[in-house]
Design a protein around this ligand. Structure first.
Ligand code: CUA
Length: 196
């Protein structure tokens, strides 16, 4: 007891105040817990890496970035907004240094919209502020995001992955327009903001 009284932090404390040794013990437990979690997460990364089980998290769809303009889904004539038989739409775009192609797309309000993007060169980002649309666009993969716009208006779409010197100038636009604008296009038509 005499030893305790020499150290003011070890004296009996009023209610609600935690003694120094209890604080130290709790901190040590937390440090051990954090270290164990870190080790576990590092172990998971190493093990999944070694066994080849590490994948990009979402929609894994491979595509050859060197032939996008020649064949397949992302040829120029297939870019833009396409109306599906169930009246939902699919928007296909290519991200490239330093542009989205097409630069502006129209989508109807209130219907399911599926964005499919891929990159022709480096990693880009695709983000529509105030929506759930936010994905990386990685060359060699097709990024797919589904959403539904509840209000008409224009969304500005910045590239949000640093992709080179022109990154800050890489923008596109999504215009959410009345459904009537999509009332009677043929299913093969592809629309951009330039389509009348
Ligand atoms: Cu594309 Cu930053």
């Amino acid at each position: 007891m005499a030893e305790q009284s020499t150290n003011p932090l070890r004296r009996p404390l009023p209610d609600g105040i935690v003694p120094e040794d209890v604080v130290a013990r709790t901190e040590k437990r937390w440090i051990a817990t954090m270290a164990a979690m870190l080790l576990l997460m590092m172990a998971i990364i190493v093990v999944t890496g070694i066994t080849g089980a590490l994948h990009p998290s979402s929609n894994v769809e491979l595509i050859d970035p060197t032939t996008l303009h020649l064949q397949g889904e992302f040829v120029e004539s297939n870019l833009g907004t396409a109306l599906e038989p169930d009246r939902s739409v699919t928007v296909r775009m290519i991200a490239t240094q330093y542009d989205f192609v097409p630069q502006c797309v129209d989508v109807p309000v209130g219907v399911p919209v599926k964005f499919r993007l891929t990159s022709a060169d480096v990693v880009h980002g695709f983000l529509l502020p105030d929506t759930n649309v936010n994905t990386m666009v990685v060359p060699g993969f097709v990024a797919e995001v589904r959403t539904r716009f509840t209000q008409e208006g224009e969304y500005v779409m910045p590239c949000h992955e640093f992709c080179g010197l022109g990154h800050h100038a890489m923008w596109a636009h999504v215009r959410v327009v009345p459904q009537s604008r999509f009332a009677n296009p043929t299913f093969t038509e592809r629309r951009t903001c330039a389509t009348q």
